[in-house]
Design a protein around this ligand. Structure first.
Ligand code: DX5
Ligand code: ZN
Length: 221
């Protein structure tokens, strides 16, 4: 399994997004948090900004939609140029239909679950999704500590993916840092979002490399 490090531009300088995207050229994806102030109590950016970010980013965009009515909005982010679109299971009427729609538009389809949402309903449907995002914090803000009780869901998802022999990625988002990435990787994640850890670092490329080096021995074992 490969390690993917996806810095979250939620912790970048919103007045200098192009400059801050250039800092993460050694990452795998740029993680873009879209929030609507309804699904979560925060408001970030929408389609016009994401469209421009896709045009200037040195790496593909991994869009994390924290919005209500994902069935309506997620396909628009595929059209905006995202490489991967992740919607929340709690915000869709029809996760399988939506994932199929996204895939038909040529993007990777991810499904996210909040800390208190069980992973089990997804485990019989693994081949319908390219990625499961296990939120390790309540979505909405950067800089929160990992909720340790979410880690067993990562373990169970990894077991199910092994058993089903699917290529589903497991992404974690929230509280990923040098201190936590080892045990999150050990639980079975392979795709790591890190916002404050990367963008608060004095040496951003160095931080990406450090996180990758800490996760790699575990993920490829
Ligand atoms: C939070 C967002 C995250 C956020 C993570 O709801 O989905 O992507 O940027 O920030 P850190 O890595 O600081 O916990
Ligand atoms: Zn996110």
């Amino acid at each position: 399994m490969a390690v993917r490090i996806n810095p979250s531009i939620l912790s970048a300088d919103f007045a200098n997004l192009e400059r801050d995207l250039a800092l993460i050229a050694t990452a795998d994806y740029a993680h873009v948090d879209v929030m609507d102030q309804h699904f979560v109590p925060n408001l970030t950016i929408g389609l016009p900004v994401v469209t421009r970010l896709a045009q200037v980013s040195p790496v593909p965009l991994d869009v994390h939609l924290m919005v209500d009515d994902a069935d309506r909005w997620a396909p628009e982010y595929a059209a905006a140029g995202a490489a991967s679109v992740t919607f929340h299971a709690e915000a869709t009427q029809a996760p399988v239909r939506l994932a199929r729609e996204l895939r038909s538009r040529g993007v990777r389809a991810g499904v996210a679950i909040r800390p208190a949402t069980p992973v089990e309903p997804l485990l019989d449907l693994l081949d319908e999704f390219d990625m499961i995002l296990v939120m390790t914090v309540e979505p909405g803000f950067g800089g929160q500590p990992v909720i340790e009780g979410t880690l067993p869901k990562i373990r169970r998802a990894r077991q199910a993916i092994r058993a089903a022999k699917t290529a589903t990625w497991i992404q974690v988002d929230g509280g990923v840092s040098r201190q936590t990435i080892g045990r999150i990787a050990a639980a079975g994640a392979d795709t790591f979002v890190a916002g404050s850890a990367v963008y608060d670092a004095a040496d951003v490329p160095g931080e990406i490399a450090a996180l990758r080096a800490l996760a790699e021995p575990t993920v490829s074992a």
